[in-house]
Design a protein around this ligand. Structure first.
Ligand SMILES: Cc1cc2nc3c(=O)[nH]c(=O)nc-3n(C[C@H](O)[C@H](O)[C@H](O)COP(=O)(O)O)c2cc1C
Length: 333
């Protein structure tokens, strides 16, 4: 069988890659007992009764002999945390299992831990499939976790976010050009922010703080000994600058102290300031857990990734608060 005239393999591959899949690692053991594994997204379900699955392996793969000789193999549906592992098993390296802890599987076939799902299989049929061999396997055992699965779409790793039927309101009429709609990104981001922060306000008020003062304390809890100007580099994206009277207020409350360091007035969190910061962050984490429960862990993770992309796309140049402090340049020889 040959490709039809004018067939464009790249365009064919591009069209195929629009079909979003999960990502698996399929493992076996070679004749001499070495662990063998490959990243594959050709995995699919075939039959429920009897339980059968399939996947296809390139005839050019290093691991072809191992998979054709050993009837036992394990399919690992990877979680979003296992992207690096997918990369490792997609390389032709021979040391793919180095440093990996393994669970005990049927017939001593390598079984990787902390996956979204795992299927332990035995080859029922092998078919010729052009430049691939198609393996159909009977499922002898399987397990599943709550970890969100890694997805693959158009040649890139992706996240699968659910698209609920309810709550998607479709307007039959064309919206007015200047209308304020519920789909406006600014509205969605703003409303989500205020609804999340509302739960923190009560605690803030009990410490006589507002959101802005709390931002300043949070910055100082991560980077200490900042000048007013440096603090503002981190908080002015909110549209409000910290000023000396706010810092004096925080000092009076006993949350920060000022020190003269190298001729500059620098601000440091007191033990009390650190404690209320931690209390606030603990509450923020508890709220996050509640929201994650409602959204599901996969969607919560997808949301965070999209928010990070939104922040990057709209970044006015805020320095990285979480970057390691600059090391003084050593002049010692
Ligand atoms: C997301 C992804 C999916 C892949 N799916 C398959 C597949 O289904 N079948 C296949 O033969 N190779 C697939 N590959 C490529 C193999 O993982 C890669 O060629 C690997 O080097 C083969 O290992 P080996 O040569 O050591 O056997 C995939 C790679 C990636 C990154």
């Amino acid at each position: 069988m040959t490709a039809p005239a004018g067939f464009n393999p790249k365009a064919f591959r591009d069209a195929l890659s629009t079909f979003t899949t999960g990502v698996t690692i399929i493992t076996t053991r070679s004749g001499d007992g070495e662990p063998v594994g490959i990243t594959a997204n050709s995995f699919n379900s075939v039959s429920l009764n009897p339980p059968l699955v399939l996947w296809s392996l390139a005839k050019s793969a290093f691991s072809l002999a191992a998979f054709t000789e050993n009837k036992h193999w394990n399919v690992h549906v990877l979680s979003v945390e296992q992207e690096a592992l997918s990369g490792r098993f997609a390389s032709r390296g021979e040391d793919k299992f180095s440093g990996l802890a393994l669970d005990e599987g049927i017939n001593d076939v390598p079984l990787l831990p902390t996956c979204t799902a795992r299927f332990q299989c035995r080859t029922s049929f092998m078919y010729e499939g052009g430049d691939h061999i198609i393996f159909v396997g009977e499922v002898l055992g399987f397990d599943k976790s709550e970890l969100p699965p890694l997805a693959f779409q158009s040649g890139q790793y992706a996240l699968a976010a659910r698209k609920p039927r309810e709550g998607v309101r479709l307007s039959l009429e064309e919206p007015l050009e200047c209308s304020y709609t519920e789909d406006l990104l600014g509205y969605l981001a703003g409303r989500a922010h205020y609804q999340l922060v509302a739960a923190l306000q009560t605690l803030l008020k009990s410490h006589k703080l507002d959101e802005h003062a709390f931002f300043v304390l949070s910055v100082l809890s991560i980077k200490d000994k900042l000048t007013l100007e440096e603090i503002n580099r981190f908080v002015s994206y909110t549209g409000r600058e910290a000023n000396l009277s706010l810092l004096a207020f925080l000092e009076k409350q006993g949350y920060i102290v000022a020190e003269e360091i190298d001729g500059q007035r620098r601000f440091i969190l007191t033990a009390e300031g650190r404690e209320i910061s931690l209390e606030q962050i603990a509450l923020a984490k508890a709220i996050e857990e509640e929201v994650t429960e409602k959204l599901g862990p996969g969607d919560a993770q997808a949301l965070k990734i999209l928010l990070k992309r939104l922040i990057k796309a709209t970044d006015p140049g805020v320095p990285d608060l979480w970057s390691a402090p600059e090391q003084p340049v050593s002049t010692a020889i």
